[in-house]
Ligand binder design. Structure first.
Ligand SMILES: [Zn+2]
Length: 278
């Protein structure tokens, strides 16, 4: 009875699809801040994305996560730019987990040239305006502009075996909007000043949650971040980052709250190592 079998198989596939969709709807998204700009995002279907891995020498990272194996499975690593406080552990984490790495075009090439990433598992070099779905069609990674600089300092990366130039081209500094299976959108600003084209990120990609640098000195301070969120990005919620790691980036989430005044944008004060669910 081929027809009956076909129908039965069709029904079974439909049930499986519904169950996957229900699971995706039921499972929350987990966002784990690990200090500075390092985040681990776990999607509703269990895909794990790490942004800017800086753990072992990050003063704000909980002791448990200085052992990179504590991160567990990692499917994808996103890198915003080449400075040490954003890529220090990218090499080891990629090797340990087999995760694919996305970075700007020049940075991804130079990480291979410098021996920090495996040429056999070439990282993906994309550029601003690009969108990729390396984890399947359900998750979209949008690379967006940031107003910052980028280089890789091989002395700061503690690579004495490297005999090439000390400073490598890190390409353009970027941010990311991660669009998850259920449409929830997370914007990681990277390191940046406020810039007018943030308005386009807000209008086109409509982030629900923004992970926002507020420390000042190298990036936006709380007043700049509040302006960017209120006027341009307009997310529902923000998690402040890139503050309190080093003495010079000494601004605080309380100052961001104050600068946002009566804006409806909610400031979530994440604690490194304590997962948040959305
Ligand atoms: Zn930085």
């Amino acid at each position: 009875m081929p027809f009956a079998w076909k129908t039965l198989r069709g029904v079974a596939t439909l049930i499986a699809l519904c169950m996957t969709a229900a699971l995706a709807a039921a499972e929350p998204i987990e966002v784990l801040w690990l200090g500075h700009s390092t985040f681990r995002i776990t999607s509703a279907t269990g895909k794990v994305i790490v942004i800017d891995p800086f753990l072992k020498t990050n003063p704000r990272t909980p002791a448990k996560y200085k052992d990179l194996a504590a991160l567990g499975k990692v499917d994808l690593i996103l890198v915003t730019h080449g400075h040490r406080d954003h890529i220090y552990d990218v090499s080891e984490l990629a090797k340990l987990t087999g995760a694919q790495v996305i970075a700007s075009y020049e940075l991804s090439k130079n990480l291979v040239v410098a021996g920090l990433l495996d040429a056999a598992k070439t990282p993906v070099g994309m550029n601003k305006g690009g969108t990729m779905s390396p984890l399947g069609p359900g998750i979209k990674i949008h690379m967006v502009p940031a107003s910052h600089s980028s280089s890789v300092d091989m002395v700061e990366m503690n690579r004495p075996e490297w005999k090439g130039a000390r400073l490598l081209d890190g390409g353009a500094a970027v941010g990311y909007v991660v669009e998850l299976e259920n449409g929830f959108r997370i914007y990681h600003t990277g390191d940046t000043d406020v810039f007018g084209d943030m308005a386009l990120i807000g209008r086109r990609l409509k982030p629900d949650l923004a992970l926002v640098c507020i420390g000042g000195y190298f990036t936006m301070d709380p007043e700049g971040a509040a302006f960017a969120m209120r006027e341009y990005i307009k997310p529902k919620q923000v998690i402040p980052m890139h503050f309190g790691t080093f003495p010079v980036i000494n601004r605080t989430p309380a100052e961001l709250k104050a600068a946002l005044g009566n804006s409806p944008i909610k400031v979530i004060e994440a604690k490194p190592g304590e997962p948040l669910r959305f």
